[in-house]
Structure formats: C-alpha cells, structure tokens
Design a protein around this ligand. Structure first.
Ligand SMILES: [Zn+2]
Length: 236
C-alpha cells in the first residue's frame, strides 16, 4: 500500500511480524548516505517508522553478507534478528530483495544488481539464513522491490554468456532484445534454495519507466539519488 508521510511516499507491506518498506523519489527524498542530506533522511526515517536504528552496509557489488551490529561494514546483504531495526539497501536501478523468516524471526536485505546476481548473492543470503540461523527455506517470505526491469534494462549479449550463461541455457526468456530480466534470474536462485514460489512477491515496478511512482534511476538520470528499501521485525 501507499504510505504518505510529510509529502513523501513509501510503498509498504506487512506480513506476519515484519514490515517491508520501499522509499520512492517523491519530493526528491534521497537516501544517498554519502551526502549529508541522505544521512539526515535516514534519521528522519527512524522517526517516521519508529525504528531504534537503521542498519546498512557499504555496498560493493559483492556476495558478502554482514550481520547488523550497529556499525557499517562492507558487503551487499545485511541480516538481523533484532526487533525495530530497519535493515536496508540503497538502490537506483539495482534490485532490492527483502527476506523474512516468520518462524525464526530473522530478516535480511540484499542488494542484487547484475554483478551481485551473477555472484548469486540472494541465494547465498538464503543459505546463510538456513545454515547460520536454522531457517527453513519454505518459511521465508521474499519481496522484490522496484528496479530496472526487462522493459528497460539493456545488457550486452556477450556478457549474458559470461555472467548468466547457466540460467540463459535453461531459459532464453531472461534476455530478449538486448534487455535482461534480472528478476527472473533471482527467481531461479530462490527456487534453487527451495523458497516457495507463493512466498515470492514482486512489486512489479520499473525504476526507469514507472508512471505510477517517481523513482531514482541511475541509468536514466545519472543522478546521485538513492532509494532505501528496508525490512523491520516488530515485537510480538
Ligand atoms: Zn521499464
């Protein structure tokens, strides 16, 4: 649903004990943490959504997964079992993937652009929840946020074989007319980890061409604007 706060617009979902929240670029709400404006807005977010803290990583297009501990480390996924901490990912075309385990009460936020997807960061994050926290993949709920979709996401054809060859061999529809369907790649990675397809939710919104919402798109605008997509576990 749409949640409007201070003329800013968020897309929010509640499921079991978790909230999944995606910022938009309405009224130029920018979460680029390298700018003072972005850091100030992260503080604002704590008030807006009643968060004890906001946790994130220095994103480096890796497959490194960090546990939230109140500090900022390098990586592209962040995990927590703490309540009222918003753990999230900054994007402006890449794919934010938010994950929640209702039984173990654990959440993860994953930054999966094409590089992270080619390194299977989402599959590795699921593996981390299963191996380190005892999650059962079938209990996981996944939300895939706004990103540059197959309508707009141009990708070189030699790179398809280099980075997504295994998936492309199985399903040629991930790459049509020089456009990559990154979400479909993530679906395969989630399925490989035995996440149930009925628990995978997509917002079905393209950062590049959405008319319904305003989003930052790095490829379209070359701007420093970033959205912040986060998951928060509430108290029972
Ligand atoms: Zn599009």
């Amino acid at each position: 649903m749409k949640t409007i706060i201070d003329n800013y617009e968020f897309i929010t979902f509640k499921k079991d004990n978790a909230e999944f929240i995606f910022s938009t670029a309405k009224n130029d709400l920018n979460f680029n943490k390298d700018l003072k404006e972005g850091r100030d807005n992260l503080k604002l977010l704590q008030d807006y959504f009643n968060l004890k803290d906001v946790g994130y990583v220095n994103q480096i297009h890796s497959s490194i997964i960090q546990e939230y501990d109140g500090t900022v480390k390098s990586g592209d996924a962040i995990v927590t079992d703490k309540t009222n901490i918003g753990i999230g990912i900054f994007t402006a075309d890449c794919m934010p993937v938010l994950i929640y385990d209702k039984n173990k009460n654990i959440a993860a936020a994953v930054h999966s652009g094409w590089k992270g997807t080619s390194k299977n960061i989402t599959g590795k994050a699921i593996g981390c929840l299963v191996d380190r926290y005892g999650s059962c993949a079938k209990d996981l709920t996944v939300y895939i946020g706004p990103h540059n979709r197959e309508c707009c996401y141009e990708f070189g054809d030699s790179a398809i074989y280099e980075y997504f060859g295994d998936i492309y061999k199985k399903d040629k529809s991930i790459y049509i007319n020089n456009k990559l369907n990154l979400e479909k790649c993530i679906y395969y990675q989630l399925m490989d980890k035995e996440v149930s397809s009925e628990n995978i939710n997509t917002l079905d919104l393209c950062t590049y061409c959405s008319g319904e919402y305003k989003f930052y798109s790095y490829r379209r605008d070359k701007s420093s604007g970033r959205m912040f997509s986060f998951v928060v576990i509430r108290n029972n």
